[in-house]
Design a protein around this ligand. Sequence first.
Ligand SMILES: [Zn+2]
Length: 273
Amino acid sequence: MTLRLLIIGAHPDDADYAAGGTAALYRAAGHVVHMVSLTNGDAGHHKYAGPELARRRRVEAAASGAVIGAAYEIFDIHDGQLLPTLENRWQVIRLIRSFRPDLVLTHRPNDYHPDHRYTSQLVQDAAYMVTVPAVVPEVPHLERDPVIAYLPDDFQKPYPLEPAVVVDVGGVLDKIVDMLHCHTSQFYEWLPCNRGIIAEVPAGESERKAWLKKPVQKRLSRRADLYREVLRRDYGVERGDKVRCAEAFEACEYGAPLDDDTRRRLFPFVFSM
Ligand SMILES: [Zn+2]
């Protein structure tokens, strides 16, 4: 059965940054992946802003999606200005209803970036409402809630990520890097500038990719180590111990329950051994 994965991030690189490996595994198995950014990213740069930057990021996101054969949809809301308004909630309800996902991934509600927090809030506010016919009546409602899970982050308060599923993404690490490599304005310009390491960015394409791979690998390998017990539980001890790169997802209580059967259905590549 073909599964439908909807990843709703705040910015035009959040979906692939946090779940690019899982998205790649979904696509490799013939499933459908739709990545979304609720803002147009028009504030994410030190030199450019506004429509010029939004256009550039739209092209970058489309290229990233094309790496795995997924659409990347960008909402036209200003970067840094997303609010959990009724109109935005209706937009998210329309989005979820029209794509009819089996699984929705989004940010956790506590996060350093207000756009991430409000993206999470909007998805939580749309959960359940997607099943109510009288809400946004022009788009047919869903009979059942999709499963909703949270993208991984490292925030410790009010509590650290409690993963329901941990996915071995070592086999698609290069795909993840290929996707993130498309976001030139972010990974080779704005983010290194913001972190004061712009002088370290190499000039050549292949050198850049090798440079980008290191922190990506480090972040994913940290997650594999952090959630080793979950990996051992689901992949078995032998394979679980060998996982070097992982993405982890926490269940959201407002979607359909992510119980054992559902985990096996939605993450077949985890339980195939
Ligand atoms: Zn973001």
